[in-house]
Design a protein around this ligand. Structure first.
Ligand SMILES: [Zn+2]
Length: 420
């Protein structure tokens, strides 16, 4: 059996409370040993020098969009966001529906070198063009029974349900869509992942009167413990931060009720909003890169819209990001390294019901391991509001192992660091 020795890295495994300079021996597809000096145990192993690098459980991106081709320009290649970016597991958020999950399995999950899971769309059509056409997402375009049936029949792949709580939808249909999405989650005993922050323009007629700050409480009332509130750091209205610039008063209560929070970084990530939320004592559980074809560079197939509400124009490299650069942003905001690692490993594994199976380095588990550079210097980070933050620490993916097989981090959208 092939042996690989990752030597002398800073090994962090939040699930085991581990943070130390150690070797890891991989045999075939599994982690065979962890210890301070394993060379004598495996004299013929191929050795990879990991000094000055972080050796982590294989990173889990809780918010991907990888239903490539079927979702138009929206869906990216799973391995580009996955193993070629140092990410061993990616969770597609709402690309596939009860109708199209067989295609997702056959054309995306099975051929990918990355481990791919799905939060199934609450809507019959799934996430076509990033939910560009609002009328496809009206209440009579959901079928709760069919979606529950599909989720349960594909339990190896489907780990949750994706829905949206945002102003354009509330102006059209009020709370109706969210009620159906919550029912799907309850009936399938799966967590529901809810997008907050405006996505659709309001209807031309104006629609129902919507106070953006009222959406949060209405939605939270429909949810169960373990459901996930996404995009707390969005600069768009209708989420965690009220129009007055303060944290929504019900966020603490929602967390106390057992609701979870996923950053869902994307292109609407705002350092200013993040500061408000974090300074109020609200710490997200998981990270999620939220990369898709409108916030990264993908050639536009004929027939796709020229622009999209979630689109960002490329300058200063702002549309180049990844799960690992999102980790750098979290460190720059002052979150401790062990929590940032947990967000993308042990906590993410809980979000997909695979705690103890993925997101851990325990001996005997699958050899999903991510190795990152941990550089010191001065770099400039910038969000799409133009807020600039200087960081003295930069994480960058070097390579990962998925089931013991090595993949180098060579994805084209990985960001280039800019000196401050
Ligand atoms: Zn998304």
């Amino acid at each position: 059996m092939s042996q690989l020795l990752l030597k002398g890295g800073r090994v962090i495994d939040p699930a085991a409370g581990l943070d130390a300079t150690l070797d890891i021996l991989v045999e075939g597809k599994a982690i065979a040993a962890i210890g301070p000096a394993l060379s004598s145990m495996a004299p013929s192993a191929q050795v990879v020098d990991c000094r000055d690098m972080l050796v982590l459980p294989g990173l889990i991106d809780t918010h991907g969009h990888v239903y490539q081709y079927v979702t138009g320009r929206f869906g990216l290649n799973a391995d580009q966001c996955g193993v070629r970016s140092g990410v061993t597991t990616i969770v597609d958020q709402g690309g596939a529906s009860c109708i199209t999950i067989p295609g997702f399995r056959h054309f995306v999950a099975e051929p990918a070198a990355t481990r791919v899971f799905a939060y199934i769309s609450a809507y019959l059509v799934g996430g076509l063009e990033g939910h560009y056409y609002p009328d496809l997402y009206r209440p009579d375009c959901l079928d709760a029974a069919a979606t529950v049936k599909s989720a349960l029949a594909n339990a190896d792949l489907v780990k949750g349900v994706k829905a949206h709580a945002e102003i354009g939808g509330f102006a059209r249909w009020g709370l109706d869509v969210m009620k159906i999405a919550s029912k799907i989650g309850r009936d399938a005993s799966l967590p529901v992942y809810i997008h907050f922050g405006q996505l659709w323009p309001k209807p031309e007629s104006g629609g129902l009167a919507v106070n953006p700050d009222s959406i949060f409480n209405q939605v939270v009332d429909t949810l169960k413990p373990g459901d996930i509130l996404a995009h707390p750091f969005s600069r768009h209205p209708g989420g965690f931060v009220e129009e007055n610039g303060k944290l929504h008063p019900l966020v603490h209560e929602a967390v106390a009720r057992g609701l979870k929070i996923d950053v869902g970084h994307g292109s609407h990530f705002s350092f200013k909003t993040a500061r408000v939320v974090l300074d109020s004592g609200v710490i997200p559980d998981t990270l999620g890169a939220d990369m898709h074809g409108y916030n990264t560079h993908v050639p536009s197939p004929a027939g796709t819209p020229d622009s999209h509400p979630d689109e960002e124009h490329s300058f200063l490299g702002r549309t180049q990001f990844s799960l690992v650069s999102a980790m750098t942003s979290m460190l720059a905001l002052g979150l401790p390294l062990d929590h940032v690692v947990a967000m993308a490993t042990s906590n993410a594994a809980k979000m997909i019901g695979m705690e103890g199976e993925l997101g851990t380095l325990k001996v005997g588990s699958v050899a999903d391991i991510t190795v990152l550079d941990d550089k010191r210097g001065r770099w400039m980070l910038e969000d799409n509001e133009g807020t600039q933050v200087v960081t003295e620490r930069m994480l960058a993916p070097r390579f990962c192992l998925r089931d013991g097989v090595r993949y180098d981090a060579d994805a084209p959208q990985l960001p280039l660091a800019r000196a401050a």
